[in-house]
Design a protein. Sequence first.
Length: 135
Amino acid sequence: NGGRLIAVPLCPSACERGPLAERLLDIGLDPFARWNMMYYAPNDQIADQLDTEVYDPDFDNDFDAAMIAFLGKVCASWETFQREEPDASIVQIITYREALQTTVFQQIEEIEKMIYAGLTNYWREFFGEKTSAAA
């Protein structure tokens, strides 16, 4: 029965049209990309096959407030950089954006470890990611 995974944004607010989404896109972070999506199995059978969590509607907004605060700080850092470094070279701009992206990806990795503690998440293979069990 039903084998499609259920994608749930960590920060649903980032997926809504508005300043947060615009600032994230400016940094090079698409709110609909993998970094903002957690994937859950639709039922126990699929969860067992993929060694992952079963979707629960309570997951839908679990991290929204915390992610808004975290992403707000990332965006504020980007805005500060733009304001204080108006003559930054293209290399400096790219380097700063990549550093902010890395900061976000590292935070997401920590959140995933909490969500999927001890699970292998074989669905990660679809994204070309390692499938080792989360710590």
